[in-house]
Design a protein around this ligand. Structure first.
Ligand code: COA
Length: 247
């Protein structure tokens, strides 16, 4: 069974994280699957909106730690870098349906979405520093822009999590709903019915002011992230995670 499922619901493409037994932790194959889905949606005139959702009780536990150790992404050609580029440049409405844990890239990817629908039990965290890493996905630029410098710095530096109400108040989440998948799909269909060229142009205008800055920050983050992955600090944190799990 593929770990990213891709299905059409009329003019909406639904991409689903499908690795619930590992809390949908993302492997390089999953990043490639997400990039393929976003590319297909960008290129196909018949697809007017995309939903990213998850199977099981959680959105995603972020990067798969074992996969990161086995296949550290070292270049901008890596699957994770390509996914983040596809996310940054995705031209059509992108909606995320979040429930349970959204760790690491599970939270940072939301900064690129046009709407995030979260369940009341959602829990967001970006524990990059605690793992000996640095934040990614342009989040060191986008998150302070959203919530203010000091609040962003505290969340990044402590690794502390925040809940759905806090995420809503920050503006990271557009709506809190019990059935996130149904609500996200409903909104996606509503947006898919809008005139498509006006929609694409409006999204481009909304993102234009920050696009180049985000791209530059993403490159800088990626360079430091790739170095950090090889560091003793990260190795110690990863080993601790594996020992806790008895791996
Ligand atoms: N990479 C690889 N596997 C992961 C994972 C990750 N990031 N997150 C969870 N898993 C796996 C666990 O190893 C476990 O698998 P197992 O049953 O085969 O041991 C399964 O998913 C369920 O996770 P578990 O840790 O048992 O759930 P929990 O409710 O006790 O804890 C978390 C939930 C999210 C707090 C915990 O899984 C965690 O800290 N994960 C790492 C998150 C992280 O650091 N992500 C990287 C960000 S860059």
């Amino acid at each position: 069974m593929t770990q990213i499922t891709n299905h059409r619901d009329g003019s909406v493409l639904v991409l689903t994280f499908n690795r619930p037994e590992k809390m949908n932790a993302l492997t390089k194959e999953m990043y490639a699957g997400l990039t393929a889905g976003l590319t297909e949606a960008a290129d196909d005139f018949g697809i007017r909106a995309v939903v990213i959702q998850s199977s099981g009780d959680h959105f995603t536990a972020g990067n798969d730690i074992m996969d990161f150790m086995a296949n550290p992404p070292g270049s901008e050609d890596s699957d994770v870098a390509k996914f983040l580029g596809a996310l940054l440049n995705f031209p059509k409405p992108l909606i995320a349906a979040v429930k349970g844990n959204a760790v690491g890239v599970g939270t940072t990817m939301l900064l690129h979405c046009d709407a995030v629908i979260a369940s009341p039990n959602s829990k967001f965290s970006m524990p990059f520093v605690s793992l000996g890493l640095v934040p990614e996905a342009g989040s060191t630029y986008l998150f302070p822009l959203l919530v203010g410098y000091q609040r962003a710095a505290k969340i990044f530096m402590t690794g502390e999590s925040f809940n759905a109400d806090q995420a809503f108040e920050m503006g990271l989440v557009a709506e809190i709903e019990a059935d996130v998948d149904a609500s996200a799909l409903k909104l996606a269909h509503q947006l898919a019915e809008q005139p498509p060229t006006a929609m694409i142009n409006t999204k481009a205008l909304l993102k234009a002011g920050r696009h180049d800055a985000v791209a530059a920050v993403m490159r800088a983050e990626f360079e430091l992230f790739a170095m950090a992955l090889q560091s003793e600090e990260a190795m110690m944190a990863f080993t601790k995670f594996m020992e806790k799990k008895g791996k």
